[in-house]
Design a protein around this ligand. Sequence first.
Ligand code: ZN
Length: 403
Amino acid sequence: MALAMVAIAGLAAPLWSGAAAQDGDQATVVDARVGDHGDKTRFVLEVTAPRDFLLHAELAPHRLIIEFEDLGWPDAASAGGAGMIRGYECTAMQLAGMRCVLTLDGPAAVRDIFYLPATGTVPFRFVLDLEPSDDETFAQLVSTPVRAELEADPVPVALGIPLPPRRPGSQAPVVAIDAGHGGIDPGAIGVSGLYEKTVTLSVALLLRDMLEATGEYEVFLTRDDDTFLRLRDRVRLAREADADLFISLHADSTEGDSIIRGASVYTLSDRASDQEAAMLAARENRADALGEIALDPDDDMMAEILIDLSQRLTQNESNLLAELMVEHLGEATRLLPNRAHRFAGFAVLKAPDVPSVLIEMGYLSNAEDEALLASEAHQQAIAGSIADAIESYFTWLADLQRS
Ligand code: ZN
């Protein structure tokens, strides 16, 4: 039988990287609900950790069956439904795992299926959105089960440990824009002499103007002129400004290969996604050496553990932000082939409680990229796509808090 593998952003391993689930850890369902949202019916399972699942369909009556590996539900339940779902029943499977059978009132199509990351006291959520369809579409689901596999063991969520809200009130979100390099640190230097620090500042200023024009954000710039800033000061300034997002702007350069071009978006990881990414992080982090002071190791063990926990929660948000950035940047500029969302240990991404991404807007070592990055029209396009991604991110966040 054919299997459809789903590539779900929320299922990418890095969303839950950082620590592997311990052997024998049983993930459990905490709650379930069905909601009628008009044009879609949503089935939600709150779980302590995301698990692989297989979804298939049966006819007469129309039913969807979702089988989760290594997932249990002490109060395995059945309940009535809403919208297109007449009711559901979740029971333990013979060997391991759990099966949920949703009885539908007709043929449905899977509009969306994903895990939402845990935030604060809210656990991970398995979300299935259904919309009405026809028998032909439903028949495809019957013949082609959907299998979703997590690529790595997810991080189990410690439930019942409320994290303090990042800040009280609900003012306009604060977006921190960090123009890379500056002052004595020019950053990369293009094939015809363009400085990275010049491009990053231009785009930062354009982006600030665009975001401020919407009236929906407060914008904080780590620098708005040609000054030198240490990496840790960039992070500190953004945190002091109560930033909800941290966006660091850069342009890449590579020696000996002037053909490589395209934009990429980085999020924090202990392990770089490849050697090139590790070298890039080393290059960007080296900027601090110019400020004569290395990052200071002011960590006693407890602080490190707390920061680690907080960082992991923030990382879920950073990764989603990065996926949105890649999606929107792709409309404005060429992306680095293969994987435009990458992972590396950039010092500037290490704020434990502020979702952060680093954008390499293109390669100054490539003549075409350099010419584009020098043009105001292209800088406008890039700034516009970043602004779009920021808007999508906050829409997603609002959605998340409602669901
Ligand atoms: Zn840079």
